[in-house]
Design a binder for this molecule. Sequence first.
Ligand code: GRG
Length: 298
Amino acid sequence: MTTSGEVLLSQYMAELRQEVDQALAEVTTYAAGCPQVLADAIRHILLAPGKRLRPMLVLMASDACGHRSNATIASACAVEMIHTYSLIHDDLPAMDDDELRRGLPTVHVVYGEANAILAGDALLAQAFEVVACCDASADQVVRCLQVLTEAAGPCQLVGGQVDDLRAENTVGNVEQLQKIHERKTGAMFRVSLRLGGIAAGATDEQIVRLDTYGRYLGLAFQIVDDLLDEQGDVEQLGKQTGKDTEHGKLTYPALMGAKESQDLAADLIRQACEQLEPFGETAESLRQLAYFVLERNN
Ligand code: GRG
């Protein structure tokens, strides 16, 4: 990416981030029925400085298709809420047992395990409420809910997580690893792109292209994530490193070596960007975001 391209992307990303942060703050301003400790636990991690990649993908996908609807920002909030629930639960002692997330102590460390489980549960349920109640056409809302529930469900996000835990300390191969990550990490990337397309009223062909871009991007993201777990800086990442080795996880660098993994990630990013060709200029931010994912250090 050129220097001016980098500046443009970072400005655009900062604007999108602000929109998403504001919307997330609004949806987590709760009525009296929500206990203060639950609201605090949710806001502690949801409003912490995550990269907001998935909600940005929703917004960028709608923008690439030339239109945003009320389903766009609602879906952006929903994917970030589901992603955040998955992080809260993944950090629990029963899973990865992490103490640092987004540069802050994890939810269970601050609020206790029971409140962390419940904060995750509440975010998951509320994500669907945010989409169900948004001011978009009934058809759009139903389609958004269909793809979102599928991505967060037993055959995608949750199934991928179960298989990832089961694969700890086993001898695996790249095929097996890819199958895990297409569900555990990739499903939320893909659905973010699909949601942006649906919310924009995109054609079926556009949605397939966005989905395929999301598939390649999600895989590349995971490879980079594995490399950063080995080589990254705790302060920049805002989370502990070396956890994959500690848990005996299957990872790309462990199976293929660091150089091959980096090359594979670069190849996947090239393939992701090929999908964007028919969109022309309107997909420039998605193109640049793909290279940001490849070159990120957090
Ligand atoms: C508990 C159902 C369930 C699923 C957990 C998200 C996840 C699945 C596990 C998190 C552990 C992990 C390192 C997954 C690999 C990639 C990933 C999702 C990293 C975190 O996403 P980022 O880097 O996080 O986009 P931020 O904090 O920037 O939003």
